[in-house]
Design a protein around this ligand. Structure first.
Ligand SMILES: [Zn+2]
Length: 501
């Protein structure tokens, strides 16, 4: 039996179980409805709309926690916010349920259709995304609604929030194989879909998943680069002798087209849906019950693109492009930890990107929120302790992570090239990264890399030799020599005793 067939059987069993539950709950729903109607003077549910005979339960209206905001006249109960019933999930072909058609990969956004994730009473019927907007911040949004800081029916006002520069469209935006983890129209969605209505004629609120802005950035390393003459003040990209930089920034939240994501990882869509459902504690039942909804908004961090120079040159192969893809390392990037090469390499990437832009090309740094190899800081610090207690050695570097996390890396670069496709990039002249995983992911997506640029030796902090030598030994690009196994065993970091514990 193939894995796909096995998963289909499991799905069929789950669907059958849920169907039984649905029928049992339908009877219960009628009783609850009657009860709610007798207790609620003004029901917020739309009585003219088709009913949703889904698994439903009575919404608990528990008393507020003693530390919660005091109830005021304007505070809404959970029933008033969402209605007296909780719709746990909907089903394909359920009465009244008709998601807005979404043709992922269509280059015409109007033919592609908008992304709608709202669970407002009317939108539950036509939403075509699983999950919620905002990535990991969707939980803070929920908290704001819970404590009545944010009305549940708040409609964002996007007046004057549109991008200050025009990007694309590029042919890649209409290729369902090239972009599977972000919405290529996410930066213009509220404006292009402003007149969109649901099948029943109600206006649809479409939220952006990307945003573009312009800013200045001030980094002490750039001030030093100007002072030592490594970069010149041009008044446009390097604005002044403090090394302040002019930058165009693009923020993107993840939007997963599940069939495309599954294909990138060479697994079935069923296997992906089941893992996402089970491994998030069953948080997204529609991953199982709504195979007809293909888009998932995962509760994870997104990315930011920092662009130096003329944005129109990025996709133009007549101009040189220097690019760094950087994965978040808060301890080093922001707080200067010297155990790894993250901040030095990030700053080297920015400096080289700036130089390329000043030379008439363009420079791009992409920052992914994948803290600690997407394992998070808690795991990272546990690994640090285990490394240092055992006598930090390059030969044992990955073993310490694997002992705790079970894997040495969860960044899985397979989805990373999507943002390069969104930027219209087809070749990278100078890739400011040594990672073989990033290199291979980019090249496998048909984007050529002409030159790979390692971090200069003099920028590597002493305590991070363990990290960089272990990575080079594991396949990271270097233009220097790869250490032998016995040499690797001799590379040690700062010992446990050297840090005041
Ligand atoms: Zn780091």
């Amino acid at each position: 039996m193939t894995e796909t067939n096995g998963n289909s059987d499991i799905l069929a069993q789950i669907a059958a179980t849920l169907n039984d539950l649905k029928q049992q709950q339908a009877a219960l729903a009628a009783k609850i409805d009657a009860l709610a109607a007798s207790k609620t003077t003004a029901s917020l549910s739309d009585s003219s709309a088709p009913t949703l005979p889904a698994p439903i339960v009575k919404a608990p209206d528990s008393p507020p926690h003693k530390n919660a905001k005091p109830i005021t006249a304007s505070s809404a109960t959970t029933s008033q916010k969402w209605g007296p019933r909780v719709v746990l999930t909907t089903y394909p072909h359920q009465s009244g349920v008709k998601p807005i058609p979404l043709h992922w990969g269509n280059s015409d956004p109007m033919a592609r259709g908008p992304l709608v994730a709202s669970r407002a009473p009317e939108a539950v019927k036509y939403r075509n995304c699983i999950g919620a907007h905002g990535g990991s911040y969707s939980i803070y949004h929920a908290l704001a609604v819970a404590i009545d800081d944010l009305p549940v029916d708040h409609i964002p006002n996007y007046e004057n929030a549109q991008p200050p520069v025009v990007f694309g469209p590029f042919p890649q935006w209409g290729d369902s194989k090239k972009i599977v983890s972000l919405d290529p129209f996410g930066h213009v969605a509220p404006w292009i879909f402003s007149k969109w209505t649901a099948p029943d004629g109600t206006p649809v609120q479409v939220r952006p998943t990307m945003a573009i802005t312009k800013a200045h950035m001030s980094l002490v390393e750039m001030e030093r680069a100007v002072a030592t003459g490594r970069i010149k003040v041009d008044g446009k990209i390097v604005i002044n002798d403090r090394g302040d930089l002019a930058v165009t920034k693009v923020a993107a939240e993840p939007v997963w087209y599940l069939p495309g994501v599954a294909e990138r990882f060479n697994i079935s869509e069923t296997a992906l849906r089941r893992a996402l459902f089970e491994d998030t504690g069953g948080s997204y039942p529609e991953l199982i019950t709504r195979p007809d909804i293909k888009v998932f908004l995962p509760p994870i961090g997104g990315l930011t693109v920092y662009i130096f120079g003329d944005v129109s040159k990025i996709a133009d192969t007549n101009y040189k492009l220097a690019l760094r893809v950087h994965d978040e390392c808060n301890g080093s990037d922001v707080f200067g930890s010297d155990i790894c090469t993250c901040r030095p390499y990030l700053l080297f990437g920015i400096e080289e990107a700036v130089k390329e832009a000043q030379n008439g090309g363009s420079g791009v740094v992409i920052y992914f929120r994948k803290e600690g190899r997407a394992l998070g800081e808690v795991t990272k610090y546990l690994v640090y302790n285990a490394r240092k207690r055992y006598g930090d050695s390059a030969a044992e570097y990955f073993t310490r992570t694997e002992n705790i996390a079970g894997v040495k890396d969860m960044r899985f670069q397979a989805l990373m090239p999507d943002i390069l496709h969104w930027l219209g990039i087809t070749k990278i002249d100078r890739m400011l990264s040594m990672s073989n995983m990033k290199h291979d992911a980019i090249v496998s997506q048909g984007i050529s890399i002409i030159e790979r640029v390692p971090i200069p030796e003099d920028m590597i902090p002493e305590d991070s030799r363990v990290e960089i030598d272990a990575k080079i030994s594991a396949g990271y690009f270097t233009d220097g020599r790869v250490l032998t196994e016995s040499e690797l065993a001799e590379v040690h970091g700062r010992p446990w005793e050297d840090v005041d514990h």
